[in-house]
Design a binder for this molecule. Structure first.
Ligand code: 5GP
Ligand code: MN
Length: 345
C-alpha cells in the first residue's frame, strides 16, 4: 500500500483518469464520482466516469452526469481502451472488483494505478492507494476528506458540494442512521457554506416519483409484504411479472425494504426481487444483527452491518424459501434484538 502523500504528488502532473462507481450506482456512488471528476478536471486532468450500468432517473440533476459513460456491449471496445490507457483508476463506493460486473476483467488487466475510496466491509486487496473506513457514513464523506487531504478545498464549488451532499444525505437515510456522526454534521455545515439548496436536493431525490413507482409501492405493501412475527422479520418479494406490470425502471424499488423494516417489532427486513439474471436481495437490520455477514453467508453478497445486498441464481420461489429457512438459525438473536429495541438504554 502506498501513501496518499505519494498520490498527491502524482496528481501534480496531468494524468488520464478513469472513475468507476459500482454497478447500478446510487447517489453516493454517483455523487462521489461526479464531485471527484469535477475537481480532477479543475486540476487539469483528463477524466472519464464509466458506470457499469444505468442508474435511477432521480439522479439526473447532479451536475456533470450527462458526461457519464454507461457500459453497453456496443461501447465495450471504447471503454476497454479508456481503462487500459488510463494512468489512474478511482474505485468509488465498492471494495471488491466483482461489483463492477463487465468492467472487472478490464480493470484487472489495466496497468493503471488504482485508488480505492470506500466504506464497505470485505475489502479486496486490489488497490495501490486506499482511503477506506467502514465507519464512514458514505463514500461522499470520504471524498470530502480526500479533497482536504489533497489540499483541493480552494477548488471546491457549489456543484461539488451538491454532489457530496446528495451522497451523504442518501447513505445516512437523511441523517438518521447510526453512522451520522458529529463529523458528518460538521461536513454538512461546511457544505452549506457553498449556498446549496439542501431542501431542493431532498425533493429532487425523494419527491420526484413516477406514478407507476408509487403504485408499485402501494402494491408491494398491500399484496407482497410478509410479516414473520416469530422471527421479528419481514420481507417483500417482487416477481419479474410484477415489475413488468408497473413498468419498472431502475431505482423504482429503492427504499421499499425500509417499509418492511419500519413494521413494529421488525429488526430484519428483506426485499427479494426477480431479475432476468437471477434474484437480487436487499437486506436491512437494526442494532447488532449483522446483514453484511448474513448476505455474504447466504446470498453471495455483502455491504454494511445494517444494510447489505446479494444475488442468487435460481427461481424467486427457491430464494424465498432459502430466506425463510435461514431465519431459524437466527431466531434467538432476532428476538433478543427486538427486545432491546423497546427501550433506550
Ligand atoms: P442495496 O440493498 O441498496 O442494493 O445495497 C445495500 C448495501 O449493500 C449498499 O451499500 C450496496 O453497495 C451493498 N450491496 C448491494 N448489493 C451487493 C452485492 O451483491 N454484493 C456486495 N458485496 N454488496 C452489495
Ligand atoms: Mn455508499
Amino acid at each position: 500500500m502506498r501513501s496518499l502523500e505519494e498520490l498527491k504528488h502524482q496528481l501534480q502532473n496531468p494524468k488520464s483518469i478513469v472513475i468507476l462507481p459500482h454497478t447500478k450506482p446510487d447517489a453516493d456512488a454517483l455523487g462521489s464520482s461526479l464531485a471527484l471528476m469535477s475537481l480532477m478536471k479543475k486540476m487539469g486532468h483528463k477524466v472519464n466516469i464509466i458506470s457499469p450500468t444505468d442508474y435511477p432517473a432521480f439522479l439526473n440533476w447532479i451536475h456533470g452526469q450527462d458526461e457519464v459513460i454507461q457500459y453497453t456491449e456496443a461501447k465495450a471496445a471504447e471503454i476497454k481502451t479508456l481503462i487500459s490507457e488510463s494512468d489512474i483508476i478511482f474505485a468509488l463506493d465498492f471494495c471488491a472488483l466483482k461489483r463492477v460486473d463487465k468492467l472487472e476483467a478490464m480493470v484487472r488487466e489495466s496497468k493503471a494505478e488504482k485508488v480505492l475510496i470506500d466504506h464497505h466491509i470485505g475489502k479486496e486487496d486490489f488497490a495501490d492507494y486506499e482511503l477506506w473506513s467502514s465507519k464512514a457514513s458514505s463514500t461522499a464523506e470520504l471524498i470530502y476528506d480526500f479533497i482536504h487531504l489533497m489540499d483541493l478545498s480552494d477548488k471546491m464549488g457549489k456543484h461539488e458540494a451538491e454532489a457530496i451532499y446528495a451522497g451523504i444525505m442518501t447513505d445516512t437515510g437523511s441523517f438518521r442512521f447510526p453512522a451520522t456522526s458529529r463529523k458528518v454534521h460538521l461536513i454538512i455545515a461546511d457544505l452549506m457554506e457553498y449556498d446549496i439548496d439542501h431542501a431542493k436536493i431532498h425533493r429532487l431525490v425523494y419527491d420526484n416519483n413516477r406514478l407507476k413507482k408509487l403504485q408499485l409501492l402501494g402494491y408491494a405493501l398491500s399484496q407482497k409484504l410478509k410479516f414473520l412475527p416469530e422471527y421479528n422479520a419481514a420481507y417483500i418479494s417482487l416477481s419479474e411479472k410484477d415489475l413488468e406490470e408497473f413498468n419498472y425502471r431502475t431505482g423504482d424499488s429503492e427504499g421499499l425494504v425500509n417499509y418492511a423494516l419500519s413494521l413494529k417489532g421488525v429488526v430484519f427486513a428483506a426485499l427479494i426481487t426477480e431479475k432476468d439474471d437471477g434474484v437480487k436481495c436487499s437486506f436491512r437490520s437494526v442494532g447488532e444483527f449483522n446483514v453484511n455477514e448474513y448476505a455474504s453467508k447466504h446470498f453471495n453478497g455483502g455491504g454494511h452491518k445494517n444494510a447489505a445486498g446479494g444475488r442468487i441464481e435460481g427461481s424467486l420461489e427457491s430464494a424465498l424459501s432459502k430466506f425463510e429457512n435461514s431465519l431459524k438459525e437466527y431466531k434467538e438473536e432476532l428476538v433478543k434484538q427486538s427486545e432491546l429495541e423497546n427501550t433506550l438504554c
